[in-house]
Write a protein that binds this ligand. Structure first.
Ligand code: GDP
Ligand code: CA
Length: 348
């Protein structure tokens, strides 16, 4: 066990903070909550509170509306409104507005805004236009989605209230520079991450400030979890918000992560492509070492890899991280709760 930076919290965790992207983070959160409720996670108090700090680097403006994909995925998933098949957007969705916009030839036609989902974006945009910061807007939206089920025990915070957008430089032979920079949404939704990402540009990240509550959520936590979210464009952006990394290094909480790379591949999304872009080995060990041990200037005390990646454990341990190989497929709530239990146990 690596020696933590300051003396660790003892006893069952009551304040848990999770640094989440969209689908991977949301599914983990669902399983974690199930585990807390069903008392399947021994190291966590049944009265535990969970604060989610969510990535906002995927956010963008389209048709005059502010879209926050990862905040909404977490909110809809925990609130029972998600479309499980797609993993994003509302269940029982219809697409009339999208068809009508296409009827006018309004671009971008490749970005799907469902009719039900549209209501969320309308409320959010109106509140932003009225001057409310994103964190307060998110709070207001969560009154519908989270409060009825979780009361004040689950809180969702955007990583920052500032505008921050992930952009991707791709090769474009038609451009004089040979390159073009597109918004992350265009790279992922339109181009399906099928063109090489030459570089990532985190617009506004360095100048951003953590949203109210973010630093406290890390500093005052008993346990911080890095779920199996995209290490580059989900967790990577959260870690890039000024003062977040420092808070993780300094917190008394144990910090534990779960690998989104299983058997050398991501399970959905584009982590493989983007890890390659930033020069990180596409493996469970590669991502763990990229986050690094807190005892060595990194952000983690422990790293869980999938049972099939047991050969990676030694390299991770040698780097000063606690590491164990367990099943890491979020196939159902019980399996995901077991992952959460293993993560807590690893750093207890
Ligand atoms: P996004 O914002 O919707 O892309 O979602 P996240 O960033 O939160 O999570 C995406 C990551 O989740 C991908 O890199 C996947 O490899 C990972 N992921 C999805 N399902 C699973 C699973 O069942 N197990 C593990 N270990 N990782 C998963
Ligand atoms: Ca995302």
């Amino acid at each position: 066990m690596p020696s933590p930076v300051s003396s660790p919290v003892s006893g069952p965790a009551t304040r848990i903070t999770v640094l989440s992207g969209g689908v991977g983070g949301a599914r983990f959160l669902q399983g974690l909550w199930h585990g807390i409720e069903q008392r399947l996670v021994p190291g966590v108090s049944p009265d535990a509170r969970v604060t989610v700090v969510a990535n906002t680097g995927d956010d963008w403006w389209v048709h005059g509306l502010k879209i926050c994909p990862d905040l909404d995925t977490v909110m809809y998933t925990l609130g029972g409104g998600i479309d499980h098949e797609r993993g994003w957007g509302r269940r029982e969705e219809t697409w009339h507005a999208k068809e009508e916009l296409a009827g006018y030839g309004v671009e971008p036609t490749w970005f799907g805004l469902g009719d039900r989902d549209l209501a969320t974006h309308l409320v959010r945009t109106q509140m932003l236009d009225a001057g409310y910061p994103l964190s307060q807007v998110t709070d207001a939206l969560c009154r519908r989605w989270l409060e009825p089920t979780y009361g004040d025990r689950v809180r969702l915070l955007p990583m920052t209230d500032d505008r921050m957008e992930t952009h991707v430089a791709i090769a474009d032979p038609d451009s004089p520079s040979g390159r073009r920079v597109v918004h992350f949404q265009e790279y992922w939704v339109k181009l399906r991450a099928q063109v090489a990402a030459e570089a990532l540009v985190f617009v506004g990240l360095e100048e951003s400030s953590p949203a109210p509550g973010v630093i406290d959520a890390i500093t005052d936590a008993d346990l911080v979890v890095v779920p199996p979210s995209n290490p580059v464009v989900s967790v990577g952006t959260i870690l890039g918000v000024p003062r977040v990394r420092e808070a993780l290094v300094a917190t008394r909480a144990r910090v534990v992560g779960l690998s989104p790379i299983v058997g050398g591949h991501h399970l959905r999304g584009m982590a493989e492509q983007l890890l390659t872009t930033i020069g990180v080995e596409v493996s469970a060990a590669g991502v763990g070492l990229h986050y690094g041990a807190r005892s060595d200037g990194g952000v983690l005390d422990g790293w869980l890899v999938d049972e099939g990646d047991v050969a990676d454990v030694r390299r991770v341990t040698e780097a000063g991280l606690a590491c164990r190989a367990v099943p890491l497929l979020m196939t159902d709530l019980d399996a995901t709760a077991a992952m959460a239990a293993a993560a807590v146990d690893l750093v207890s």
